[in-house]
Ligand binder design. Structure first.
Ligand SMILES: NC(=O)c1ccc[n+]([C@@H]2O[C@H](COP(=O)([O-])OP(=O)(O)OC[C@H]3O[C@@H](n4cnc5c(N)ncnc54)[C@H](OP(=O)(O)O)[C@@H]3O)[C@@H](O)[C@H]2O)c1
Length: 336
């Protein structure tokens, strides 16, 4: 079976190769999934670069999520409980990484049966970004209708979900992007305000928009000077979640910024949040994502799909600024 492999950490386009991996049989309460499509997310590239919070033993295969068809099921009762049988299309959640291959073995609880009306291109990104957006907004920050929320990297797939969630749930978004071209698309999706750092001073605009009060909530995936802008935009009692490191730079925060107004900066990592939840919460989360994906709130724009064999070109495209959507890897023929 074909798989994307890397034997050392480094630049993805240099270290990733296509090779042969041994096929395995599913064990107790496991399923074997024939993978169809998997997105190239920033976290996948961080793993390959050796910069992610948890790293695999080498050689390894990247890929935290994707869509596939159940090929075989191992013994155990869990699969019956969830309707997991050969031929069923599922979202394949793989917190350990390893989905960029033709067949993958997963614990049955990490295979999520999908409704037929969700296309493969959307099902490929069923979990990582939708769950993070929903959980940060509704479970961690508990953003309420009317609240102002500022987010950086707002043009990202996850940022666009937050904009649509704002429209649906009634909170207002100030969206910080690095290129003005992104602004129109975000306004079309329902953004209340968009500020391009290549055009304007964010703090001045935030002050005007919020009538000097600052925002109650901020989400930052960039760090560095952009992260600092988000901290500066917080109002009294403001809370900021940091959840990404796109600039690879530390946020240079003067402690006085936090002391006056008793503001908070907190980290968020979906993987750790999941580990702290019970099975019922996770099953409910799958249902919430399903519902919001079907009505177009937690959807992901796709720019292009590359065959597994073209992994070098695919990761180069995923790393390019100004993409119009996700880069997907095609791992085997579609569900038909
Ligand atoms: N903590 C967690 O559990 C968790 C879970 C899911 C995702 N995340 C994080 O969420 C972030 C977004 O993920 P995604 O899949 O939605 O991303 P994506 O769709 O691949 O888009 C990346 C976006 O980041 C912007 N960007 C890249 N480098 C930047 C920089 N140095 N300064 C400003 N903007 C920059 C790009 O802007 P351009 O359009 O200008 O190129 C693009 O809009 C990533 O950092 C990811 O790691 C974290």
């Amino acid at each position: 079976m074909k798989a994307v492999l890397f034997d050392r950490f480094g630049e993805p386009a240099e270290v990733l190769r296509v090779g042969d991996a041994a096929a395995q049989e599913p064990g107790r309460n496991e399923v074997c999934v024939r993978m169809i499509l998997s997105p190239i997310n920033p976290s996948d590239l961080l793993v390959v670069r050796g910069q992610y919070g948890r790293l695999p033993a080498l050689p390894a295969t990247p890929g935290f999520e994707g869509v596939g068809i159940i090929d075989a099921v191992g013994p155990g009762f869990f699969k019956r409980l969830r309707g997991l049988r050969p031929g069923r299309r599922v979202a394949a959640l793989n917190g350990q990484g390893g989905n960029w291959r033709e067949f993958v073995i997963l614990p049955a609880r990490q295979a999520v049966p999908l409704a037929d009306d969700i296309p493969d291109e959307q099902a490929a990104s069923f979990f990582v970004n939708p769950a993070t957006a929903l959980v940060m907004i509704q479970d961690v920050l508990r953003v309420r209708p009317g609240d102002w929320l500022l987010q950086t990297a707002a043009g990202s797939a996850l940022g666009q979900m937050v904009v649509r969630l704002g429209r649906r749930l009634g909170f207002r978004t100030i969206n910080v992007v690095r290129r003005n071209e992104t602004a129109e698309e975000l306004l079309r999706l329902g953004a209340d305000e968009v500020i391009a750092t290549d055009r304007e001073r964010v703090e001045d605009r935030v002050r005007t928009i919020t009538k000097g009060a600052g925002v109650r909530f901020a989400l930052d995936a960039v760090g560095g000077e952009t992260g600092l802008i988000a901290v500066r935009s917080l109002g009294v009692g403001g809370r900021m979640l940091v959840y990404g490191t796109l600039s690879n730079q530390p946020i240079p925060v003067d402690p006085r910024l936090l002391i006056a107004g008793q503001k908070r900066i907190e980290g968020f990592w979906l993987s750790e949040w999941m580990q702290a939840q019970g099975v019922l919460t996770i099953l409910r989360l799958f249902r919430r994502i399903h519902a919001m994906m079907r009505v177009g709130i937690l959807t992901t724009p796709v720019q292009a799909t590359y065959a597994l064999e073209h992994i070098g070109e695919a990761v180069r495209a995923a790393d390019k600024p100004g993409r119009s959507g996700k880069i997907l890897l095609k791992l085997s023929p579609a569900s038909g």
